[in-house]
Design a protein around this ligand. Structure first.
Ligand SMILES: [Fe+2]
Length: 266
């Protein structure tokens, strides 16, 4: 496997990136954090785009909501993707809004036939509007609504029916496995790696006694790096891998060293 290695773009690290103090192969951004900005942040984003390839990880699609796709909202995102030459647009296999109330959290969907057919149709509509693949991510869930099948079966079926791409979040697999009492390697054994378009590795909080929380605010755990090494040859060549980080960007040297360490490991 030879994959580009990228990093989450947040405003906190825009200046060091522009100054060349940190040089990932690409940057991942949430379109919703940047669409419509003018002034200095628009200028910085344009400068960054001259130096780095971008990928997009959306926040507001809410593919699992009962409502149909917000086509006008998605057209705005498509324009942003076109403007910044972004091929990979990923979202969460979850819902984050209902009845126009936005939660800004990935809520779990029931793994049922009914939701599968509903989401597959929404994926079809979304891909038509986007004119590119919709790449869906396995998310962390702390409770699971009543379901007809396992998460893995659901992902495989959804990919087959809708032809969506898959974002494999390696750390989310570990978090779910620990919280729900199975082994991450069992999950990976039957995972449809051939449909993976993109990979995430992030961090989580293991300080609570009974549950692990997805946190993206600290160094990546050795268990996730171990999982990544175990599966790296299954992932198709050139699939980008992004180190996800949402907060605690200081000191920058630590992030850079961690990034170099993961590069070396791979
Ligand atoms: Fe992720």
């Amino acid at each position: 496997m030879k994959s580009p290695l990228g990093y989450t773009l947040r405003r906190d690290i825009a200046d060091p990136l522009l100054a060349g103090h940190f040089a990932p192969d690409f940057l991942e951004l949430a379109p919703e954090n940047w669409i419509g900005l003018g002034g200095i942040w628009k200028r910085k984003l344009d400068q960054l785009n001259e130096q780095f390839r971008f990928t997009a990880h959306g926040l507001s699609l809410s593919i699992g909501s009962p409502e149909p796709v917000n086509i006008e909202g998605l057209k705005v995102i498509k324009q942003f993707l076109d403007d910044y030459n972004i091929d990979i647009y990923s979202e969460h296999l979850a819902f984050s809004s209902i009845d126009n109330a936005h939660m800004y959290e990935s809520m779990p969907i029931p793994f049922t036939i009914e939701s599968l057919n509903h989401i597959a149709e929404k994926v079809r509509v979304a891909q038509e509007v986007l004119e590119r693949s919709l790449v869906l991510e396995n998310v962390c869930y702390y409770i699971l609504p009543e379901s007809d099948m396992s998460e893995l079966q659901y992902i495989k079926e959804l990919q087959q029916i809708s032809k969506c791409g898959l974002l494999l979040d390696v750390s989310n697999v570990y978090v779910n496995a620990k919280n729900h009492g199975y082994c991450s390697q069992t999950f990976f054994r039957d995972f449809p790696f051939e449909h993976v378009h993109y990979v995430h590795v992030g961090s989580y909080d293991t300080n609570q006694p009974s549950v692990i929380f997805d946190s993206h605010d600290r160094a990546i755990d050795k268990n996730t790096l171990y999982d990544l090494l175990k599966i790296k040859d299954e992932i198709p060549s050139n699939v980008p891998i992004c180190l996800e980080r949402e907060s605690n960007f200081e000191p920058l040297d630590e992030l850079v060293n961690e990034f170099k360490g993961v590069r070396k490991l791979l």
